[in-house]
Design a protein around this ligand. Structure first.
Ligand SMILES: [Zn+2]
Ligand SMILES: [Zn+2]
Length: 338
């Protein structure tokens, strides 16, 4: 039987270990992807450390998967071997439940999560339901594409659904893995994009990414600075500090929206701020495979690029630690099978 290498976790809190496994066969409705690259995301800690209810081990983490279709399961229409494809956090939906029937596929009651409810991309091959798989534009390097499957999708999809219009002031809080992509997307969508981060030293970087302005939240009051511009139609909060998010809410314009994509443990909001200006706070779920596909196409067309540190697959454990330590400024990507 042909085998592959995979990096798995055998128990919550256990190490990432390289194992040989049989290459899995795609069942009905599924595709097999030959993995070329897989990004490491903070949410991989749910698999590594435990924390997802009902998680079964051993489990292969990884939900920023880029590769090519390698085998097509029975009943799958529209895919063929050799097509560039990827999978993100959304691991597929059934199309039948009430949420799916309303078009809210992301909230499917039987919905799966890649690398959590089934084995993910820290492996040479993975099997995914066809509903989870996104087409990749030909010519997009898998290493470039991988982080766009989660970090890119999350920020692109939140921004395009934020209600902001070209010319509006849109602020991006945080310039890390999510934020450095968000600034690029916001600028290319035609928003008057303002980066907000701690320290003056990040300003040139923000401007290189396309920001029209920069606020150093250590030296300036970000809310007051945004109000000098008339207020932000949208503030996209990629930071995971409730304090940092709380400090920018006063920068919202009338009818402005604070979009939350970073999982801060808690957040203090001002009800008076909301009601006096009809402002709102909204969370955004990353998206499904069609959103990923559009993220990839937009990124390839407009030149949005993730800044990555790459590690060979064999060094997955070291790469994971690097991401979780916060020492990687942007994204960490495993190169697989090359
Ligand atoms: Zn992720
Ligand atoms: Zn459903």
């Amino acid at each position: 039987m042909a085998t592959m290498r995979a990096v798995q976790v055998s128990r919550p809190g256990g190490p990432l270990e390289m194992v040989e496994r049989p290459i899995p066969e795609p069942g009905a409705g599924s595709l097999r992807i030959k993995v070329r690259a897989c990004g490491i995301c903070h949410s991989d800690a749910l698999t590594k450390e435990g924390g997802w209810p009902g998680m079964q081990y051993p489990r292969v983490p990884g939900h920023e998967v880029a590769g090519t279709i390698d085998a097509v399961g029975p009943g799958v229409v529209g895919w063929e071997e050799g097509q560039p494809a990827g999978v993100g956090w959304n691991g597929g939906y059934d199309g039948r439940c009430d949420h799916c029937r309303r078009g809210d596929f992301f909230a499917c009651v039987t919905g799966q999560v890649t690398g959590i409810t089934y084995d993910g991309g820290y492996a040479e091959y993975l099997i995914a339901p066809a509903s989870a798989v996104a087409r990749m534009p030909a010519g997009l390097d898998p290493i470039e594409a991988a982080p766009l499957m989660c970090a890119g999708l999350t920020t692109f999809n939140a921004l395009r659904n934020s209600g902001a219009r070209p010319g509006d002031v849109v602020a991006v809080l945080g310039l890390g893995g999510l934020g450095h992509l968000a600034v690029q997307y916001a600028a290319r969508m035609g928003f008057h994009t303002i980066g907000i981060a701690r320290g003056k030293d990040k300003e040139p970087h923000a401007r290189r990414l396309g920001a029209a302005g920069y606020i150093d939240s250590q030296a300036q009051d970000p809310a007051a600075e945004l109000q000098k511009l008339g207020g932000a139609a949208v503030i996209l909060a990629t930071a995971t500090s409730g304090e940092a998010i709380g400090a920018v809410q006063g920068g919202l314009a009338i009818n402005g929206t604070l979009m939350i994509v970073g999982a801060a443990p808690s957040l203090q909001v001002s009800p008076v701020l909301l009601l006096s200006g009809r402002r709102s706070i909204k969370g955004w779920y990353s998206g499904t495979s069609i959103d990923t596909q559009e993220t990839l196409t937009f990124s390839a067309t407009t030149g949005v690029r993730s800044m990555n540190e790459t590690f060979p697959f064999e060094r997955a454990s070291e790469a994971y630690e690097r991401m979780m330590s916060g020492k990687a400024r942007f994204r960490v990507v495993l190169t697989v099978g090359r």
